[in-house]
Design a protein around this ligand. Structure first.
Ligand SMILES: [Zn+2]
Length: 529
């Protein structure tokens, strides 16, 4: 099948005489980076429908198009794949995925961190009905499965509950999920033992699925196992079940892990050397984003959910213990000054935890409990990642890229800048300004490597027969503009973006065309409902 798709356009390009039918779109005279890691070549790229039909010299081949665009001096690459995304395609403000398109991203992988629901088709049909700016693949989540079967219970599953979780994963895989994700750092995924996750991952393995891990301990988890043991656990889960493994947002967390990227890389390389298909994705920011409770409240205090946690807060002995342990947790994370609220509540947004505590006139641990009593809050942890670690990891040939970004909400509040700039920032910092990797290598990790890992044979290269997900850049202008202080700024340097052959972005502006499609495991697209 794949071979046929590749051969037919070649025959068209070489065998037909001058009077052949014009193509739909021609990008003329660009610097084409094919996505495989090769240096750029000056070429013309022709598109018919949703596929690339022609790559070469259009004049010599007498190829014409209804819509011909001069791309002289511009970089033409396959569209980028966000391997770990919180894009909210289901929301009115998220369906166009503008902050992603502005970076050249044409596909997002969602359902990450253990959160993917099992009703893949229903969700995808919903996206199709309202329209989507980028393509999407999804995982089905172990955390979602456990939550559905057992709530936030901190115990092993019964046989029945295990059967229910397996059925959850199976339904997701049957409906086209690309694999199973976990967020073993988070409740309820955290309560699962390695063996429990292996058993569930065996269901994903039956379908040739991927295991996507947000580790139990990325390095800053409280009284936990440390990032090396945590990485080994993830590899074990994939290896025993028989799936490939991808580490989400890989970079050892915490100041105590600055400079330890080589250790993380070694763990992956050792697994690869014995035949386990392990890879990773990264973003180039030093701040993480999660919830206040995950960062400041030990697991024992949040067992059983929000109401149970609030009852514990009211008990004086428990509060005394939390006074100590919250401070210990914050110590690992750099202190209350490094916790910045990106919550929508205006009284919190943009303030550090230290500032909020001061405003409340409370010691920090008591302030944490006061805030959490009103519901969990979104926070960033500044300076948790070492940029030098990220640069080291960027050089590994199994490294892909992700935003880990949630669609920015409408409004002016402070959010993490990553949904606006993860890819352009990585290109700028690691490949252009002070390069540790070449541009072709960086683009390869954002394109063909991702699609090959995802098991989709006809995306991720500028090549006849491949889907026309294409980004066109003015390299001299590529940069992220979103900062922690002023996050709501789109990236620059992107000139055109085509999603499935249609312009989602043209001449530096979005077109409002929602050309994204859900992509099922293996690469099939869902038909329009
Ligand atoms: Zn994550």
């Amino acid at each position: 099948m794949r071979r046929a798709l590749v051969l037919i356009p070649l025959l068209v390009a070489t065998a037909l005489p001058a009077q052949q039918r014009p193509l739909d779109v021609l990008l003329l005279n660009g610097h084409v980076l094919d996505g495989a890691g090769n240096p750029w070549v000056r070429q013309d790229v022709g598109i018919v429908g949703d596929r690339i039909q022609f790559v070469g010299n259009a004049r010599d081949a007498r190829v014409t198009a209804r819509d011909a665009i001069d791309a002289t001096g511009l970089l033409v690459t396959p569209g980028f794949v966000d391997m770990h995304s919180h894009a909210e395609l289901e929301t009115p403000h998220g369906k166009a995925a503008l902050s992603f398109l502005y970076q050249g991203i044409t596909t997002v992988v969602i359902g990450v961190d253990g959160g993917g629901a099992a009703n893949v088709r229903e969700r995808f049909d919903g996206y199709l009905r309202t329209g989507m700016g980028v393509n999407a693949l999804t995982y089905v989540g172990q955390g979602a499965a456990r939550g559905a079967a057992m709530g936030a219970a901190d115990r092993p599953p019964t046989q029945q509950e295990m059967a229910a979780m397996k059925a959850f994963i199976r339904r997701g895989m049957e409906e086209g999920a690309v694999g199973m994700s976990t967020g073993l750092f988070y409740v309820p995924g955290y309560y699962a033992t390695t063996d429990e996750v292996v058993e569930l991952n065996r269901v994903a393995a039956e379908y040739g699925g991927i295991y996507d891990t947000h580790d139990r301990d990325l390095g800053a988890a409280y009284r936990s196992i440390g990032f090396p043991a945590s990485m080994r656990e993830a590899i074990e889960i994939g290896e025993r079940a028989g799936t490939s493994v991808i580490f989400s947002h890989l970079n050892p967390q915490g100041r105590h892990n600055y400079g330890k990227a080589a250790q993380a890389a070694r763990i992956i390389n050792e697994a690869r050397a014995r035949g386990v298909n392990v890879m990773a994705a990264q973003h180039p920011y030093t701040a993480t984003q999660s919830s206040l409770s995950a960062y400041t409240i030990p697991r024992w205090a949040s067992v059983g959910g929000q109401a149970a946690m609030r009852r514990r807060f009211e008990h004086p002995d428990t509060a005394r213990m939390l006074d100590v342990q919250t401070l210990e947790m914050l110590d690992i994370r750099g202190g209350a000054e490094k916790i910045l609220f990106v919550d929508r509540r205006p009284e919190l947004n943009g303030k550090t935890l230290a500032q909020v505590a001061q405003g409340l006139g409370l010691p920090v641990p008591a302030a944490v409990r006061r805030v959490l009593a009103g519901g969990n809050a979104s926070v960033m942890n500044l300076d948790l990642y070492d940029l030098e670690n990220a640069k080291y990891l960027a050089q590994q040939d199994w490294m892909m890229t992700c935003t880990d970004g949630r669609t920015p909400p409408p409004g002016a509040e402070i959010v993490h800048p990553r949904p606006y700039g993860a890819f352009t920032r990585k290109l700028r910092l690691f490949a252009l300004e002070d390069p540790v990797i070449t541009l072709p290598f960086a683009v390869r990790g954002m394109t063909s490597l991702a699609w090959t890992f995802l098991g989709v044979p006809d995306r991720g290269l500028i090549k006849p027969g491949f889907y026309a997900d294409i980004a066109v850049f003015d390299v001299a202008r590529i940069r992220d503009r979103a900062t922690y202080e002023e996050p709501h700024q789109y990236s620059e340097g992107t000139v055109h973006v085509l999603v499935n052959g249609r312009f989602a972005f043209r001449d530096g502006k979005p077109t409002a065309v929602l050309a994204g499609r859900p992509i099922l495991r293996g690469g099939k697209m869902l038909p329009q409902p």
